[in-house]
Structures are given as structure tokens and as C-alpha cells.
Design a protein around this ligand. Structure first.
Ligand code: SF4
Length: 276
């Protein structure tokens, strides 16, 4: 059976950097904790725990001497609390997220209404929003954008994982709301690169495997996109979930993984597939 493995499968730059920073920092502190699970992969969180990196959910609960901030960042208030806690802070916020936070601060100060394109409940968006000082609204889609008020000046940025198409459409709506629009495209291409490659592979195979946490929105979206190509697709977290019956009569299988899926899980799946 031929296996088509996506080149983009697995960790994006920001997640790879955050995990590397955690493994480096654990040797420097007597007890390192992550503020929330470091990445959306239960198996990787377990591996980090095995190395002594425990999860705590709020600064007040931390009992170690150092805390690591996740790649999608925290709110300005949480960052202040972290620094005031007296613990060492390892800031693994992805530089692309930091850039969006900086643009939020700048646009909300200088550009009237700030519009953030994204999911209001997502921690990254909450973090970006917290750096805005003036009027700010989060919109997820064109329908919500149409409800924005007319205003003299407007600034617009996006959650890093938004699709460019959605951002473009919302920018189009915002142009009808103001004559002074300042735009920063803060989208990171990690998501689109993974999605485009997954779609291309799904069109060439009879069966698609998508590896990653069930709690990872970007992994679920990869599986959805593969299914939309008409290809039978299984979303799985580990090689143990593979059912040999899936491969009856299959000559070509595609394999991809979300941006928070560690390489060791992808390797285990490949080993299992080769042994079938
Ligand atoms: S998806 Fe992009 S912005 Fe988010 S952590 Fe990965 S590289 Fe950074």
C-alpha cells in the first residue's frame, strides 16, 4: 500500500518553538508549569508531564517557580499577573501572535474602531483583544461584519488561523462602513498550507488519515476538508486506533496531521501502516 504523507503534516513553527522552549526551560527551573495545556495534543501534554512540565490553569494555582505561556498567548492582564507573581516567565507566545497583539494596540489607539476577524471565545482572540485600548469588535463572518456601525476611521486585523477568503470578504464589507480603513493581514499561512496540501492529497487517494487531538480545531477542519473531497477519512489521535479493516482493497492512503500533532505520533502511524 502506497502512503502519501503531507510535507506540512505536524507542528507549525509556533508550536515547535513553544515545545522546544519548554524542554529547554525545564532544565533551568526546579518546577516548570504551563499556563493551560501547552498544545492541543493529549499525548504531547502527557509527554511534557513525563518530563516534569505540569499544567496549571491559572496563575494563582501555580506552585512551581516558573511558568510557560502557550504559543497562542495570554491576555495583557494575565501577562501582568504572571510577571507580578514573582515566578520566572517563559514566554512562548508565537511571534505571529505577538505581532497581532501589537497591531491591535496600535490600531485601537490610532484608527477609531478596531475590528478583529476571528472566534470571540478563542484564547488567542481574547489575548489580542486585551491589547486594544479603544473601541473594538470581534466578528467571525460577513453577516456579523454587516452589523458594524458606520465610522470615520477603522482598523482591521485577524486571528492568525483565519482563512484569507473570510478576511478578504469582511474587509470588503468594512470598506462600505468607512472611508479610512487601515488593514494588517495578521494571518499566518500555517493553516492554509496544511489545508491546501490535505485537499490535494485527499483527491489522489482512496482513504485519508488525519492525525491530531480531538480537541484541536485545526485538525478537525483538516478532516472535514478531506471528507468534502469525497474521500473516506478517519480522524485519529494514535496508531492504536487504526483498524486493519479500513484498508481492505485500498492501494493508496493519504496521511496528514494538524499543527499541534507531534512527530512521534505521525511516525507511530507510519510504522503501523507499513506493518499492515
Ligand atoms: S498557527 Fe501560525 S500563528 Fe499559530 S502558533 Fe502556529 S505558526 Fe504561530
Amino acid at each position: 500500500m502506497e502512503i502519501l504523507l503531507a510535507k506540512s503534516a505536524g507542528f507549525c513553527f509556533g508550536v515547535k518553538r513553544a515545545t522546544q522552549m519548554a524542554f529547554d526551560a525545564v532544565n533551568h527551573y526546579s518546577s516548570l508549569q504551563s499556563l493551560g495545556p501547552l498544545i492541543h495534543s493529549p499525548q504531547m501534554v502527557k509527554k511534557l508531564e513525563d518530563h516534569g512540565i505540569r499544567v496549571c490553569h491559572q496563575v494563582e494555582d501555580a506552585d512551581g517557580d516558573a511558568l510557560i505561556v502557550r504559543s497562542h498567548g495570554v491576555t495583557a492582564t494575565e501577562m501582568t499577573a504572571l510577571h507580578a507573581s514573582g515566578k520566572a516567565v517563559v514566554d512562548a507566545t508565537c511571534p505571529f501572535v505577538t505581532r497581532a497583539q501589537k497591531h491591535a494596540a496600535e490600531l485601537s489607539r490610532d484608527a477609531g474602531l478596531l475590528v478583529i476577524v476571528g472566534e470571540a471565545h478563542h484564547p488567542e482572540v481574547k489575548g489580542i483583544l486585551s491589547y486594544a485600548t479603544g473601541d473594538v469588535q470581534v466578528v467571525a463572518n460577513v453577516e456579523q461584519a454587516r452589523k458594524l456601525p458606520q465610522c470615520r476611521k477603522m482598523g482591521i486585523i485577524a486571528q492568525t488561523t483565519q482563512s484569507l477568503d473570510n478576511f478578504r470578504e469582511i474587509v470588503g464589507v468594512c470598506l462600505e462602513k468607512t472611508r479610512d480603513l487601515k488593514i494588517y493581514n495578521t494571518i499566518c499561512d500555517a493553516t492554509s498550507v496544511r489545508q491546501e496540501e490535505a485537499v490535494a492529497i485527499a483527491r489522489q487517494v482512496e482513504l485519508m488519515l488525519v492525525v491530531g487531538g480531538y480537541n484541536s480545531a485545526n485538525t478537525r477542519r483538516l478532516a472535514e476538508l478531506c471528507r468534502e473531497q469525497g474521500t473516506t477519512t478517519h480522524h485519529l489521535e494514535t496508531a492504536a486506533e487504526i483498524d486493519p479493516a479500513w484498508f481492505a482493497g485500498i492501494d493508496r492512503v493519504g496521511l496528514t496531521a494538524g499543527a499541534s500533532t507531534p512527530q512521534f505520533l505521525i511516525d507511530e502511524i507510519i510504522t503501523r501502516l507499513r506493518a499492515l
